[in-house]
Design a protein around this ligand. Structure first.
Ligand code: UD1
Ligand code: CA
Length: 519
């Protein structure tokens, strides 16, 4: 049900300079989707009355992704005044004037956030009565983050009611009052003194404000700081000076609020997310032999009793059916793998593997490869736009492009579907129960009828009727003694002479029987 008292603002206007990338930071991916899409998808689950994304840098590319994830979201373009405070100020201005609920602000670069954490924050805010509630975390290495500055005061004794309340929201470690005192303000890393830099509690970049407080105080933000930006984080000090309460909730596990600024942080977050995804599938009945070398995207799905062997990447919206075995060392991108199929040491994209089919080792399946049930694509075979029917096999060393193959046919080792004449691509059609010899070339467009055969080395340039044997191999000629005359003295010649010597001797003795008997 829509939460009519909730608006969500997602900050996505920053430049992401620390990524050092031509791709906008928030469009770098983890678990197969952009950083910002994780945040948008999580926000969507809260079903807020309004969801606003603020964009500026590479706005068109961002908007495309935002609209994908949040078709009903609002997009606000940040002006030339920099800073998270300015972004929120403009987003708040886009909300209807009569909206009087809570505003959840989320940095667009915190992809690990989950909906339980956000729901917990909203719940705490609505029951706690503070003007703002925000998430923090305690980090061993807090560098780069804003620090939570608290005024040390008398440690309050936690009441039994508080303990019970805390136990009911286990995501949050400690309430504000039981750790290092009241919150005064947030200081950004670049503005912090040495003693402030030593603070391990960081601002997570996830905040809940009453909209009226934002409307009142955001215009008071200044740009008097190291970066010359309007910091949203200065709202804490403004609220405190106005005599309002601010509650800071440390999350129990700091990875939940990790912000991605550079590629080192991206890979750390990606590894954590991958570990969570794998664990989820393991608990759902999937064997993952080596989680450390297995990568599974968020959108991939598996039935129980799938086995994934080491070194395997399952990307995109790949689906793997019951009993299939994938890996080792296999990459699947947007593939559909049938029940009990086996895909070993192979690379496949946008392909469908039928039930009980086998692929690999060392097969390369390019888009629109469709292998039927009990079919086979074997070692060192490349396929592209190839429909290979039930029970049909391409066992060894072949290229199959732009092909339709019926059922129960066999393509000989080392065959090439020559689909490209340098200008256009054409298709090859092969019927059912066909037996083709080794090292054939099918010069497309060409058709081979049901039940046909071909000899080894056939170059099929014209259609083969059903039931025929096609062959066009030229008769073999052996030019005897060619090496002795053209490569005299070479290693080949020496070897050939040695091989021929006994034979020559026999021939010589056959020619001179008298001499021999005379001995
Ligand atoms: C910010 C916080 C910091 C906190 C950290 C948590 C501020 C001033 N600092 O720092 O206290 O510890 O997040 O991860 O808020 N953005 C805009 N418009 C802008 C600038 C940024 O929309 O003008 C967006 C960015 O796209 C990003 C988010 O806001 O998604 C945070 O910006 P970023 O530059 O990463 O802030 P941090 O330096 O990490
Ligand atoms: Ca950040």
């Amino acid at each position: 049900m829509t939460d009519s008292k909730l608006a969500i603002i997602i900050l996505a206007a920053g430049q992401g300079t620390r990524m050092k990338s031509a791709t906008p930071k928030l469009l770098h991916t983890l678990a197969g989707i952009p950083i910002v899409s994780h945040v948008l998808a999580t926000a969507r689950e809260l079903d807020a009355a309004y969801t606003v994304a603020v964009v500026r840098h590479e706005r068109d590319a961002l908007v495309e992704v935002i609209v994908d994830e949040l078709p009903n979201g609002l997009v606000v373009d940040q002006d030339e005044t920099p800073g998270t405070g300015r972004a929120v100020e403009q987003a708040v201005a886009s909300l209807p004037a009569d909206f009087d609920g809570d505003v959840l602000v989320i940095n667009g670069d915190t992809p690990m956030l989950d909906v339980q954490t956000l729901a917990g924050l909203i719940n705490e805010h609505r029951h706690g009565g503070a003007s703002a509630t925000l998430l923090s975390a305690f980090l061993n290495d807090p560098s780069g983050y804003g620090r939570i500055v608290r005024t040390p005061d008398e440690p309050e004794q936690e009441s039994a009611a508080d303990t019970a309340a805390r136990a009911s929201t286990p995501l949050f470690g400690r309430r504000v009052t039981d750790r290092n005192g009241r919150v005064d303000r947030i200081v950004e890393h670049r503005d912090a003194t040495d003693s402030e830099l030593a603070i391990a509690e960081i601002n997570a970049g996830v905040y809940l404000f009453g909209v009226s407080e934002l409307r009142d105080l955001l215009p008071q933000l200044t740009m008097h700081n190291a970066q010359g930006e309007k910091y949203l984080t200065d709202m804490v000090e403004l609220l405190r000076r106005a005599g309002s309460e601010v509650t800071v909730l440390p999350v129990a596990e700091s990875w939940l609020v990790a912000g991605i600024n550079d590629r080192a942080q991206l890979s750390e977050a990606a590894a954590k997310m991958n570990a969570l995804i794998i664990r989820g599938w393991q608990l759902a009945g999937v064997t993952v032999q080596d989680p450390a070398t297995t990568w599974i995207d968020l959108k991939a799905t598996f039935e129980p009793d799938v086995t994934i062997l080491p070194g395997t990447q399952i990307k995109g919206a790949t689906t793997v059916a019951r009993g299939a075995i994938v890996g080792p060392d296999t990459t699947l991108v947007d593939c559909e793998i049938g029940e009990r199929a086996v895909v070993k040491r192979s690379d496949a994209t946008l392909s469908v593997i039928g039930a009980d089919a086998t692929v690999g080792p060392f097969s390369y399946l390019r888009p629109n490869t469709i292998l039927g049930a009990h079919g086979k694509i074997g070692a060192f075979v490349e396929t592209k736009n190839a429909q290979i029917g039930d029970g049909s096999k391409v066992p060894h060393l072949s290229y199959v492009g732009d092909a339709h193959i019926g059922v129960d046919s066999n393509i000989g080792a080392g065959s090439i579907f020559a689909n490209y004449n340098g200008v256009t691509k054409s298709e090859t059609e092969i019927g059912s129960n066909v037996r083709l010899g080794s090292h054939n070339v099918f010069v497309a467009p060409v058709r081979i009828g049901d039940g046909a055969y071909s000899g080894a080395g056939t170059v099929v340039r014209k259609d083969v009727p059903a039931g025929s044997l096609a062959m066009n191999v030229a008769p073999q000629r052996n030019l005897e003694g060619w090496v002795a005359t053209h490569r005299a003295g070479s290693a080949a010649d020496v070897a050939a002479q040695a091989a021929l010597a006994p034979q020559n001797a026999v021939e010589a003795s056959a020619e001179q029987p008298a001499e021999r008997t005379g001995e």
